[in-house]
Structures are given as structure tokens and as C-alpha cells.
Design a protein around this ligand. Sequence first.
Ligand code: TPP
Ligand code: MG
Length: 582
Amino acid sequence: MADAAAGAKSIGTDADEERDLTDGFHLVIDALKLNGIKTIYGVPGIPITDLGRMAQAAGMRVISFRHEQNAGNAAAIAGFLTKKPGICLTVSAPGFLNGLVALANATTNCFPMILISGSSEREIVDLQQGDYEEMDQLAIARPLCKAAFRVLHAADIGIGVARAIRAAVSGRPGGVYLDLPAKLFPQAMDAEAGRKSLVKVIDAAPAQIPARSAVKRALDVLKSAKRPLIVLGKGAAYAQADDAIRAFVEKSGAPFLPMSMAKGLLPDTHPQCAGAARSTVLKDSDAVLLIGARLNWLLSHGKGKAWGEPQAKKFIQIDIEPKEMDSNVEIAAPVVGDIGSCVEALLQEMGAKWTPAPADWVKAVNAKRDENIAKMAPRLTNNNSPMDYHGALGVLRTIVAERPDAILVNEGANALDLTRGVIDMYQPRKRLDVGTWGVMGIGMGYAIGAAIETGKPVLAIEGDSAFGFSGMEIETICRYQLPVCVVIFNNDGIYRGTDVNRSGSRDPATTVFVKGARYDKMIEAFGGRGVNATSPDELKRAVNAAMDTGEPTLINAVIDPAAGSESGRIGNLNPQSVLKKK
Ligand SMILES: Cc1ncc(C[n+]2csc(CCOP(=O)(O)OP(=O)(O)O)c2C)c(N)n1
Ligand SMILES: [Mg+2]
């Protein structure tokens, strides 16, 4: 509450009439601070430039980006890492729309964030009379996020911010839009009344305890399974119930499969990890326990060939959102609640005498896993120049193993899929990537958000195309001197650098970029360190130096343009022309 007082000021000429006033600017800042929010990610401009300045003056960290989408992505990943909503602050119409992509992506990925955008005069916008940056932002945001609110009166800022925070983090987390019209900011009110109008959100994400009958039903299915499998999703990583999840998985004795951003929840080198036997466990398991993982496209919707159909399979699903159940296939045992509470309840109900998963199944899975790992091993030690993905990833894999607390950001197609497969993770919430949508453009925003929120070194492994979506933020990385090392897997284009324009005209093919581009030169413009690495040895030296010093670094890793494949591991999703086959 002292924070609010700091924002108040005195006006008036007559000493008797002098009273303390506050205004919309200060109330927004006070409301955020009161709720423990310490950082704002954004881009300044009318009408929120002064809000950013004042927030900085009031001791908040205000990180200014070059594009709102990247600020929004930083806020989103801050939400994932901290379980508090990340805040993105933008100007009206175009800035809002730029930020909206990140808000929609956060919502899809169940990351709590709040997009706060300034907006134009309501009277003019609603009559469509052409105000500066006119747009009905609230209406546009609403279908793309979990909740959307507008505050018109300074006295309602406290409630507005509280509603936004609660909506973002409670139940299934997601993105919230908060519309603050320009007129709100200078609206003055009595400081004491302002202080009283602020709301500290108590128990913003209340525990949701599963029903005992649901827990028993789940364990009955698990107990009767001959070939059980546990799938860990990023919801499980978000929950920060790491010890309970590990204890449960180990007690069950079942093989586990981590989804991409759940890697490291238990180490990828854990004896029960079936990451390298993915197709075997999906196909051959007879009961599958999903913990914070949805049966969306990333898991082939829980059906079809990948799941060994027509063989029957039973699903147990733990999720905070009841509507998730039966969304793709029948869920034999739904367990609805927050993941921490659900896993604790399962552990308790298992008791001391739980019989672990059948040994023959575990042995078969481990044999397959070890065989696949052995098959890949020799490819990771080549020192070819130009590099292929495996040679480059072989050295990066060792670097991550030696620095398990570093954060890995990853996007691209081949640059994504091969990194996911090759680089083992050892700690929870260390791998941040393209998520549910497979979206390009999260790279620098996530890297900056992760560096700011955790203070840990960040290694961003980026396809050359993927990097381009947020590349200008290397200036931001240099400006704030963040310990971020960006490695660009430069194969001259999207998927491969070898495509040709079939028309014969001089335009390049649609998937190729400038050959032999030197991305390392870009960061030098901002005082960072640029390195051109043409072999795994050079790459290793450069990354180690960057991780040791924490100096902003960009490494152009020269990859054979012919090394990748179309769309990486998901080429099967490309529609094929019937005519092409003629
Ligand atoms: C916002 C967005 N636009 C476009 C795409 C389509 N897309 C998928 S991967 C990719 C880039 C792949 O190239 P690169 O990052 O260089 O990785 P590589 O396979 O070459 O290693 C693109 C454009 C996307 N996923 N998201
Ligand atoms: Mg590429």
C-alpha cells in the first residue's frame, strides 16, 4: 500500500484545500506492483510512453523491444516460467495487433500473460470517425484470448488489473487483454480513495483438488495395464510440481515420454525415459497416462497408425480443464484438477505397496531406446565442414550437458526437430520452443524473457529462417547486456538452401535465402560478439566462450544447404497436389 502513496502528488494553491491526488498512470503501476509484478515488456508510443517511464521510475523493470510481438513473446514465456502473468505493454491499433499474435499464441499454449494496450477515444472509435490509431481493440482481442476487459474510470483500475491477473493464472492459464483508453491515464482522483480501490489478488490460482473416486479409477486403469506409458506435457512443467511428478513416475515404474517443453522435468537420461523410443511406446502401450499433455496434433490426436490402431488403448488424463476430456478419443479415467494436487493424490492413493510396471515391457522399451541412441551416436561426432545438423548438435549436446541450468530456446524446422531429438535436457523448464502452434518468431522474445526472469545463460538454437522473425531484437539483447548466445543454423533457407525456381526466371526459389549470409555481422553493429563457425570444433569454442562470459553473442553456424528435409519431421502434413503426381 505504501507503493500507492509513492505515486500520489499534491496539487492546489490554498494550503487548506491542498489534497493528495493520484491518477490513472500511477494507479496502473501501483496495481501491478501490489500484485508482485516487477517487469513490463513493451514498445513505447502514444498513449503509453509516460506509463513506461513512470513504471521505470517507480522501480519496475521496463524492457523496451523493437517489435511488440517479441515483447509479447517475452511476457508469455515469463508467465510460463514464473506462474505469474507476464505483462506486455503496447500502443493502440498497430502495436496492439503486433502484440496480439503473442497473446493468441500464449493462450493456445496456456501461458498466463496480460496484453495491456492503450487505445483511442471511445466516442470517436465507436462512431468510426477516424481517430489516431482507431480500432475497436477489445472486440478484436476477445475471441483470441481467455478474457478481455476495458477500464474506463481510474477508480476501476484496481479491479480491472485484479480481474486480468485472476483470469490469466486461474484454471487453465492463458492470455488476457486489458484495454486502457488514453483518457484513463490522466484521470485524477483522491489518492486515499485510489489506494483503497486497489485489489491484491488473494490465491490467484487456487488449488483444484481431484475427486477421490477419479483418482481411484485412474489407478485401477494403471494397475491393470500390461504396458503402461506416462506422457508428460508442458502443463506438467508449468505446474512446478517437479518432486511429486518425479516421485510418481518412479513409483509407477512406467516408461515416460516427455513432450518437447516437458523435457528435463525428469532428466532425458533417466532410466525410465522413453524419448528415444517414441514410436514404440505410442504404438505398443496399452494404457496411457497423460499429465498436462493434450491429445492434439502433436500426439496424432490419440488415434490412428501412430497409436497402433486397431489395437484398443485406455487413456487416463490429468488436466485442470474438464472440457479437455474426450476431446479427441474416449478418456477412460479423467482426473480433473491442478496437476500438483492430482499427482499428489495419485501418489498418496498408491500407498506403500504399489507394483511397478511389468518388467518385460520396461525391458523391451529400454532395448529399443538404447538401440536408437546407439544408432544416432556416431552421427553426432562427425567434424564435417560445412557442418550437418548432427555434427553441430553433437557439440551443443555436450555443452548443454555440462551446463544443465542454462536455458535452451529453439525454433526452426530441421533446426527444431533435430535439436529436440539430439539435445538431452536435465532440469525442468529449461527447454522453450515453438509450442502448440509450431510458430516461428518466438526465438528472441523467449530468449530475452528467459534471461530477464531467471538470470541464467540462454542458448538459442535458431534456423536461419526462424531467426529472421525476431532477429532485430539482438539490439535489445545487446542494449540490456543479456547473457544470450544465439546459434543460427544457416543452411541458406527454409528447410534446405538448394531449391530452384521452376519458372526459370531470375527470382530465387521461395524457400531459399542469400547464399553464404553472415548473420554474425548483424550483432557486431550493436557491440555484441559475432562468430562465423564452419566446423563443430569452431562452434564448440565459440559457444563455450559465450556461455562463460555471458557476452551477447551471435554465431553463424554454416550448415550444408542440402542437409535438411522439407518441413523437418512433419513433412507428412504438407498437402500434395493431385496434378503433381501425373
Ligand atoms: C509464423 C510462422 N510462419 C511460417 C511458418 C512456416 N515455417 C515452419 S518452419 C519455417 C522455417 C524453417 O526454416 P529454418 O528456420 O531455416 O529451419 P531449417 O529447417 O532450415 O533448419 C517456416 C517458415 C511457421 N511455422 N510460423
Ligand atoms: Mg534454414
